[in-house]
Design a protein around this ligand. Structure first.
Ligand code: GEK
Length: 252
């Protein structure tokens, strides 16, 4: 077994109360296991990226994957589309993620035009793109930085372009939200996480992962200029939205 498939046991022993979640080597080693066991619908969302690209991506267009972690979206696209169909740039702030993503993509899809850039998605000089994937990353930015990033993505998208935005969300109604969070914890228990792991991860993510409501996401997309967006997937308190650069659904 390669160390890329280590089981996530980061929060299985009592930690200092101040420990905050960060994307370091320890997280990278167990990341594929962690994200599959803790993000409901992660595999389904990845699986749809290639199908969305097939419908909306002009042949040879550029794709960004922002907060790419280990480049899972790039792998998913390469699994569905031939090498000439797209050029892919994954961007991540964590040097440990970037190093592992480069190794993985070089090994898994050597024929495809893929690159991984170490950088901050708030500061990137974006090139024109046909599709932008922002999966489970906006939630880690300070709330006051989110509008400016979405504004830049709208500007970077070419006519007919699409933004796929996947996020942990919070429900507007307190009771609805409590129900979703409780069932989410059931989901994690069913995936083998202990009470200690669930509560420690929750504490570590406090003030690090600040979720928005679905309405806040759609409003932000509209403010940035997207004439049309919809929620195409939701599983408990995790959702994926698609936003269209044009008012009419462009299809290739
Ligand atoms: C996947 N999309 O597998 N700039 C660039 N990267 C950042 C920034 C930033 N400002 N802030 C955080 N990150 C992936 C999963 S994980 C989600 C995304 C999770 C990066 C951070 O280093 C990490 O790799 C990623 O965003 C979030 O579909 O771990 O829950």
């Amino acid at each position: 077994m390669s160390d890329a498939s280590y089981r996530d046991a980061i929060f299985s022993t009592p930690l200092d109360r101040m420990a905050r979640f960060s994307f370091d080597e320890q997280v990278v080693a167990c990341f594929p296991d962690m994200i599959r066991r803790s993000v409901p619908g992660y595999g389904q969302i990845l699986g749809m990226l290639g199908l969305i690209a097939r419908r909306h991506l002009r042949h040879g267009a550029h794709v960004y994957d922002l907060g790419c972690s280990l480049g899972a979206a790039g792998l998913a696209l390469a699994g569905t589309l031939p090498p000439a169909a797209f050029r892919y740039t994954g961007v991540d702030l964590s040097p440990a993620m970037v190093a592992r993503a480069r190794e993985t993509l070089a090994a898994e899809c050597p024929e495809h035009a893929v690159e991984i850039v170490e950088g901050d998605i708030r500061e990137l000089d974006y090139r024109p793109s046909g599709m932008i994937v922002l999966d489970f990353t906006l939630q880690f930015l300070a709330p006051e930085d989110r509008d400016a990033v979405i504004d830049k993505l709208f500007a970077a998208l070419e006519p007919g372009g699409v933004l796929v935005l996947s996020e942990k969300i919070v429900a507007e109604d307190e009771q609805d939200n409590a129900w979703l969070v409780e069932r989410y914890h059931d989901f994690k228990r069913a995936n083998g996480y202990s009470e200690l792991e669930i509560s420690q991860k929750r504490t570590a993510l406090e003030n690090v992962l600040v979720p928005d409501t679905l309405a806040a996401h759609h409003e932000r997309l509209a403010r940035a200029g997207f004439p049309r967006s919809q929620t195409w997937f939701q599983f408990l308190n995790f959702a994926s939205l698609i936003a269209f650069k044009d008012a009419r659904y462009g299809e290739t």
